[in-house]
Design a protein around this ligand. Structure first.
Ligand code: SF4
Length: 335
């Protein structure tokens, strides 16, 4: 969740403004980056444009990722409102909150480049025509960004729009990706990232902490590999178990044990410390709707996690980038 979205609810708590400002000094969040660039708040408006996923329909894979809520793909269960209606709702919500007047159209749900480039252009144009929309953030898979799509995004950027390509990598380890049935490897991420950045399109990489078979050393190695390739933004979140997934079956069998809250907070703080300040954190945790979340329960307490990460950085007298370039050492924060 971008820091811009954190303000209203954070401020509703005693000391909320203080903590929000403290977080902005400790982590280079998306809200701060946009404020610095545009001189005012810019909100991402999350959109569901009705896309599906090539990891479900057989064109890239079948079954989908083991943590993905497969029920969402069942016919008739998902009829997203028009983009205009989604913007309308979001504007009302934002007006009651921060009052931001500039927006990024965040094509978030599923694989938002999974269509012919002409269809994509029509959809993206429709979003950009909405009042106050200054750009796009496109969430997709690394193996679903062919050259014509990247050329289209580069074209928007050349026209002066803010454009981000959000690539779901989750882990830089192919065996981990295979275990959760991602249907792509690290090589596809490297290729897509290089191709996008060569066109001037900034890339935000999504990483999951706590994938089956991984420990914190994997999270650190994934971060290192992503930084080595070059990246402009990051999203972190803990793996959570939601209903109607393969992961839920594994969790019920005891084959998957989620992270503890304290471990996630510590690992996230470690990763943030080792990330150069110029990389923008679009999100440092994530959650799921209460009626879908099975475990871990602490994932529902997003504000506690955000404040916990900030408190942990403050306790260390640290901030994003304080240990950039340093190798990860497990014992550093053992005390
Ligand atoms: S998590 Fe993303 S890539 Fe995986 S099945 Fe779901 S929509 Fe597709």
């Amino acid at each position: 969740m971008p820091f811009a979205f954190m303000r209203r609810r954070s401020c509703a708590r005693p000391g909320g403004w203080v903590r929000m400002n403290a977080r902005a000094d400790l982590i280079h969040g998306f809200g701060r980056a946009m404020q610095d660039r545009y001189g005012e708040r810019v909100h991402k408006v999350a959109l569901d444009a009705g896309f599906t996923c090539p990891n479900r329909d057989g064109s890239k894979g079948i079954g989908g990722c083991t943590f993905c809520n497969n029920k969402s793909f069942a016919p008739g269960t998902r009829e997203p409102a028009s983009l205009a209606a989604q913007f309308e709702r979001a504007r009302g919500r934002i007006a009651r909150g921060t009052g931001a007047r500039r927006f990024l159209a965040y094509f978030q749900a599923y694989t938002n480049t999974y269509a012919h480039v002409d269809e994509l252009r029509a959809l993206y144009d429709e979003a950009l025509a909405e009042p106050g929309v200054i750009g796009l953030s496109i969430g997709t898979r690394p193996d679903c960004v062919p050259s014509p799509v990247l050329d289209l995004l580069a074209e928007y950027r050349e026209r002066g729009h803010e454009v981000w390509l959000e690539l779901g990598l989750q882990s830089a380890f192919d065996h981990s990706l295979s275990r959760v049935n991602r249907g792509h490897g690290f090589a596809e991420y490297v290729e897509a990232t290089r191709a996008a950045r060569a066109r001037g399109i900034p890339v935000c990489c999504h990483l999951i902490v706590g994938l089956p078979g991984e420990d914190e050393s994997h999270a650190h190695a994934s971060l290192d590999r992503v930084l080595e390739v070059g990246v402009d933004g990051l999203k972190l979140h803990p793996l959570h178990v939601v209903k109607h997934t393969i992961l839920a079956i594994e969790w019920k069998r005891g084959d998957y044990v989620p992270l503890e809250e304290a471990d996630y907070v510590r690992i996230a703080a470690d990763l943030i410390e080792r990330t150069p300040w110029e990389v923008v954190y679009h999100r440092v945790t994530g959650t799921a709707p209460a009626d879908m979340l099975l475990a871990p329960a602490w994932c529902a307490k997003k504000w506690d996690i955000l404040n916990g990460i900030a408190d942990e950085l403050a306790r260390r007298g640290s901030r994003q980038g304080a240990r950039a370039g340093q190798p990860w050492k497990e014992q550093i924060h053992a005390a």
